[in-house]
Design a protein around this ligand. Structure first.
Ligand SMILES: [Fe+2]
Ligand SMILES: [Fe+2]
Length: 411
């Protein structure tokens, strides 16, 4: 090719070439929020290098407490009533934790701020840690507590009982719908900033009062990560406030997130604290008093109300109604009645036994031996609720796998 035609070809290629472009990431998690005017800085930067040694130190303390609980024979001294409620609580709580981990990519996808992405990525690691150390705690109870029935089936039972279903919709709320509504307002701005106080601080102190000094170590280790998560939530909230179009969305989401959190967290934690405890100290705070301090004063008055200076309408009516329900309408007491009434069917397995399960059961417990077994591992349990569709022997077999059996017998 001649020099002239070479230069012609080069010119043609130059004309044909287009501006360099980069792949545009697909938006997987949509949001109605806009962040056009928001500053792309994180006011609360986190340093990764200091993160891992700190978490390692916290994990080591948790493992130390686990070892101490085994050596100190904690599992023979802890209150039975408290532990019975823990079977329900620990079946639910790892799910919201892992849902929080799954919510982080949603938030990263929706918020155009690389500095905040760093904090959210670190939070994702935290939430995986929370879920796994809580699962590990449950495993330890299962291996060492005098009545382990129920801890062994929590993951299976969780999806099949009404109390678990309430917890499930709570955790799924972190990862469903609009990415900012779910992963920021519902999860971080309300659940983590307000309600982890009663969940991970007030409840562990009640556990300690009932002889369980392991759970507080695990849950305080969890709670000490929350200050960073709260900062993530606040950073995104401030970004959202920079665009006026987001104001109505924020007001809508604060109402939804507040009310749902109140209904679920106050129901569960209120019941565990008031009715799972056998502690009768005179100076013991009621759940209502804890709520007034941790949520009304520390969250509503010092976090939510100051947002009004940005022109945001705060759901005062819903906060007051939540307090009214707890203080005047006996919300916790009514829920405790509801939980206690349903406890016999709480861990009811609705999935039929497979033929394989049935054969295993028949070989392990031949027909003549079933009613003679006693204690927490009773084969016949304490009877079968009427109206189930399974055959009698299969239903009885299923009841051996429920936490409900032994607890129901004792009641
Ligand atoms: Fe968490
Ligand atoms: Fe968190």
């Amino acid at each position: 090719m001649s020099r002239q035609s070479l230069s012609k070809a080069h010119k043609k290629i130059t004309e044909l070439s287009w501006e360099p472009t980069f792949a545009t990431p697909a938006k997987r998690f949509g949001t109605d929020y806009t962040f056009d005017k928001a500053p792309k800085k994180d006011p609360l930067k986190q340093i990764l290098r200091s993160y891992f040694p700190m978490e390692e130190e916290k994990d080591n303390r948790v493992f130390g407490a686990m070892d101490g609980a085994i050596r100190g024979n904690m599992f023979r001294q802890v209150q039975e009533r408290w532990m019975e409620w823990q079977k329900l609580f620990l079946s639910i709580i790892p799910f919201p934790e892992i849902s929080a981990a799954r919510a982080m990519p949603m938030a990263i996808d929706a918020v155009p701020n690389p500095e905040v992405h760093n904090g959210l990525a670190v939070q994702m690691i935290d939430e995986v840690r929370h879920s796994t150390i809580q699962m590990n705690l449950k495993r330890l109870y299962m291996n060492h507590y005098i009545d382990p029935a129920g801890f062994d089936i929590t993951e299976k039972a969780f999806s099949n009982n009404y109390a678990g279903t309430i917890g499930r919709q709570f955790g799924e709320g972190f990862i469903t719908g609009d990415a900012i509504t779910a992963a920021n307002i519902y999860l971080t701005v309300v659940a983590e900033t307000a309600f982890t106080n009663t969940l991970f601080v007030a409840m562990p102190s009640e556990a300690a009062a009932n002889g369980d000094y392991l759970l507080p170590t695990v849950f305080h280790s969890v709670q000490s990560d929350e200050s960073r998560h709260i900062s993530n939530g606040y950073s995104i909230l401030l970004m959202a406030l920079a665009d006026e179009e987001n104001r109505l969305l924020l007001e809508r989401d604060l109402r939804y997130a507040w009310w749902n959190n109140h209904c679920v967290v106050d129901a569960a934690i209120g019941t565990f604290i008031e009715y799972g405890s056998k502690d009768r100290r005179k100076d013991r705070e009621s759940y209502a008093e804890m709520w007034r301090r941790w949520i009304y004063d520390d969250y509503y008055r010092s976090y939510l109300i100051p947002l009004e200076k940005y022109g945001l309408n705060i759901p005062h009516d819903l906060v007051e109604e939540a307090w009214n329900r707890i203080y005047n309408k006996h919300y916790v007491h009514r829920v405790a009645q509801f939980f206690a009434t349903g406890w016999p069917v709480n861990y009811w397995r609705i999935d039929p036994m497979t033929d394989e399960d049935f054969e295993w059961f028949e070989s392990k417990y031949p027909a003549g031996t079933r009613s003679s077994a006693g204690g927490g591992r009773s084969i016949t349990g304490c009877g079968t609720p009427a109206g189930t569709s399974r055959s009698r022997s299969r239903t009885s077999a299923t009841s051996t796998r429920t936490a409900a059996g032994p607890a129901w017998c004792r009641a």
